[in-house]
Design a protein around this ligand. Structure first.
Ligand SMILES: NC(=[NH2+])NCCC[C@H](N)C(=O)O
Length: 396
């Protein structure tokens, strides 16, 4: 896969499940949600999202199904138990009890614990005394839930025919890496898939990685992906021959712009939808490899011209989010920029971003609207909620 816009063939989604039921007003900030989603409605909205993709001929894979089947492999099962049990947090007594309980669970039940976590109250009774159990509230988490699994874009990303499993920056999302690692290592569908980048390297999240065109990546550097992460991703992409230029793009370290795809996504082979404030201020450092293998860093220069040069096109066309600055700010916050292309010029967007969608349509883009009142409470749109696995090449 070498673009953001070639006809989409296969995509990985996660239908939000019981992990969302763990969110309360006390923990939602730490778990990276802005409010408490109505879970049934979020599931309906997500089913409709998957429905739009299927109608367009896209094969939709669901993470919970893949994880459940991957865990049938005893090595995966052992890795799953290992990923769930945090000995430092639980102490010896509970660690032993939890480990033997989880080891006895079937694949689907273990998958459920890995995704939605476990409270102290739900832990199996253990023989000996545990200070940890006594001193924690019954509703505290012995295994943390992963409500952000829904944002499959961030936890893994395909570049060419390789998959990069992310090293996620926020503590609330770190354990997602282990789940994706199990799926890609043990699900028969992915046997033989080569990896790009290492899950244990410096932080890189898929929401920061844009495939601008064949051989050209843009990587946002901000709250989530670090400069060291972008550099390491570039080095490994050069070594694997899947990129010739990587543009490292500094983005403001705020919640509204946590990933590059919150301010810019591609809607056609030479066009993006972009937040006007970012349009004029974004810059890029261009990374490439010298003949002797050493890394070369140029810039910074304005992002749009650096992108056009790297892509070998005259210019990258821009459609602005919103209309006036206030509408633009509102629609950027509600993921108006975060479109998912199913083909060149055909994108999925949240229906609520009325002005941005109207602008896209004026420019000849087809917008497939989905509801996101509940899905959006985690601050993520159609691009964040999808991990494309295969796309057909764009006829350039
Ligand atoms: N690619 C994206 N923009 N993802 C959005 C992720 C939102 C999620 N609540 C987080 O904070 O991590």
């Amino acid at each position: 896969m070498d673009s953001e816009v070639g006809p989409l063939r296969t995509v990985l989604l996660h239908r939000p499940g019981n992990e969302l039921k763990r969110l309360t007003p006390r923990n939602n900030d730490q778990l990276l949600f802005d409010s408490i989603p109505w879970v049934d409605r979020a599931q309906q909205e997500h089913d409709a999202f998957a429905g739009v993709l299927r109608e367009r001929g896209v094969e939709v894979l669901l993470l919970a199904d893949l994880l459940g089947s991957a865990l049938d492999d005893p090595r995966a099962h052992a890795a799953g138990v290992h990923a769930a049990v945090d000995g430092k947090r639980l102490g010896t007594e509970l660690t032993d009890a939890l480990r033997s309980h989880l080891s006895g669970l079937g694949s689907l039940a273990l998958a459920e614990v890995l995704m939605s976590g476990m409270t102290f109250e739900e832990l199996p009774a253990s023989e000996g005394a545990s200070l940890v159990r006594k001193m924690n509230h019954p509703h505290d988490f012995a295994v943390d839930p992963l409500p952000n699994l829904l944002f499959t874009r961030d936890s893994s990303a395909w570049i060419g025919d390789r998959v990069a499993i992310s090293s996620l920056a926020m503590p609330a999302r770190r354990r997602e890496t282990a789940l994706l690692d199990i799926v890609y290592a043990y699900h028969p569908l992915f046997h033989g898939t080569a990896r790009a980048y290492g899950a244990h390297s410096a932080p890189v999240e898929g929401g920061d990685v844009l495939l601008l065109g064949p051989g050209v990546l843009a990587v946002g550097v901000g709250e989530r992906t670090t400069a060291a992460g972008a550099e390491a991703l570039a080095r490994s992409a050069f070594a694997d021959g899947i990129a010739h230029t990587v543009l490292a793009v500094p983005i403001a370290q705020t919640r509204a712009t946590m990933h590059l795809d919150t301010v810019c996504t591609m809607i056609g082979p030479d066009a993006v939808v972009m937040y006007p404030l970012a349009r004029d201020s974004l810059v890029a450092y261009a990374l490439s490899q010298r003949d002797d293998g050493a890394l070369q860093v140029a810039g910074p220069e304005p992002f749009l011209s650096a992108a056009a040069t790297a892509m070998g096109i005259e210019r990258l066309n821009v459609i602005d989010t919103g209309l006036d600055p206030v509408t633009a700010e509102r629609e950027q916050w509600d993921d108006g920029n975060n479109t998912l292309a199913v083909a060149p010029g055909v994108v999925i967007g949240y229906e609520r971003n009325v002005e941005t969608n109207a602008r896209l349509e004026e420019a000849g883009i087809e917008v497939l609207r989905i509801a996101g009142s509940e899905l959006g409470s985690g601050r993520g749109g159609p691009r964040c909620m999808s991990c494309p696995i295969t796309r057909e090449p764009v006829p350039y």
